[in-house]
Design a protein around this ligand. Structure first.
Ligand code: EAX
Length: 325
């Protein structure tokens, strides 16, 4: 009897030990804090993959810049020190200029267009392209349409932007946009609350959730619903790591990340109306109908800049412009 018990206990212990050994830990990096768009996608992915793999995969989310800024997160993914990340499209363009395509100003009129392109064959071309810089592109979750805020005065047309010191992401196209609009663009990594508070910069641009989650209503009086860039996230894995996984696991990860992205996009969009009301209540003065035609005119020639001289990038840009006409 005693022998039987010992045997059973040993078997159980061995079972748990082997299971623990078999579990693959996935380190996933986001620069933002809990409640942010990136974090919501990351948490959903964690939930789905742990459940579907029966905890064979276990995800640890590193957030709130604990791994450094987005450029540093991307470098860690390339090296496979972390296996996955959800990163804003902007800082990606120093790794692969293909990222400039979706960051092109006013390329999408609405979310439905963005989904149609990004979930279709043209979006797939972007994901595939990333492999040449060491990333496995999985899907696109979203930051959302970006809007301008500042602490100086209301902005209705590009004339009002002249000379404003606007923080931009580490991205050549974002810098070019704000130069063309007449601002003084200042590249700076996330987060930027202190710089806004201390007036090192006058303004910034981001989707509505950012103004809420990062409490920009405390330090930015004016907001313009400019929706100048549809800001996507690249949901990525380290290509080095990806190649070590078998096909079944690759598919499970890809599918779980895609579903998490779709979930998060809907979640983000469903909250925007309430966010706008909340930001107004907090005292932000909102220009809801800026002179978008005047904004568009200022940035109309960006596609002819050197930024788009790579034929692969230019061709995809023109194809997408054509597909959303
Ligand atoms: O997601 O750097 C940025 O402006 C990003 O949009 C930020 O990470 C919030």
């Amino acid at each position: 009897m005693k022998k039987c018990f010992v045997l059973l206990l040993t078997t159980c212990l061995l079972f748990f030990y082997c299971n623990a050994l078999a579990a693959t830990k996935i380190k996933l990096g986001v620069v933002t804090k809990p409640g942010s768009a990136q974090n919501i996608a990351a948490e959903k992915f964690k939930e789905l993959i742990e459940q579907r793999s029966n905890k064979e995969f276990q995800v640890k989310i590193y957030h709130s810049a604990s791994l450094g800024n987005e450029t540093q997160i991307l470098q860690q993914v390339q090296m496979n020190t972390i296996q996955m990340a959800i990163v804003t499209g902007g800082p990606f363009d120093t790794f692969d200029p293909i990222a400039r395509v979706i960051n092109y100003p006013f390329i999408f009129k609405n979310s439905a267009q963005a989904d149609r392109i990004l979930d279709g064959p043209l979006g797939a071309q972007i994901l595939t392209s990333l492999e040449s810089s060491g990333f496995k592109g999985l899907s696109f979750s979203e930051n959302g349409f970006r809007n301008l805020t500042n602490s100086k005065h209301a902005v209705k047309s590009p004339d009002d932007i002249k000379g404003l010191k606007i923080r931009v992401m580490a991205s050549a196209i974002h810098k070019a946009i704000w130069q063309a609009l007449g601002a003084n663009p200042t590249p700076m990594p996330w987060p930027i609350y202190t710089e806004l508070e201390q007036k090192v910069i006058d303004g910034q641009e981001n989707p509505l959730w950012v103004m809420e989650v990062y409490k920009f209503y405390e330090i930015q009086k004016y907001m313009t619903l400019s929706r100048h860039v549809y800001s996507y996230h690249m949901d990525i894995a380290s290509l080095k790591w990806w190649k070590t996984l078998d096909k079944k696991n690759q598919e499970m990860i890809q599918q779980s990340m895609y579903e998490a992205a779709v979930f998060q996009r809907e979640d983000n969009r469903s909250k925007n109306a309430a966010r706008l009301e909340m930001l107004k209540k907090k005292g932000m003065q909102v220009v809801e109908d800026p002179d978008i035609d005047a904004f568009r005119a200022k940035v109309a020639d960006l596609k002819d800049m050197d930024l788009y001289s790579d034929p692969k990038v230019k061709e995809l840009l023109l194809k997408i412009m054509n597909a959303v006409k």
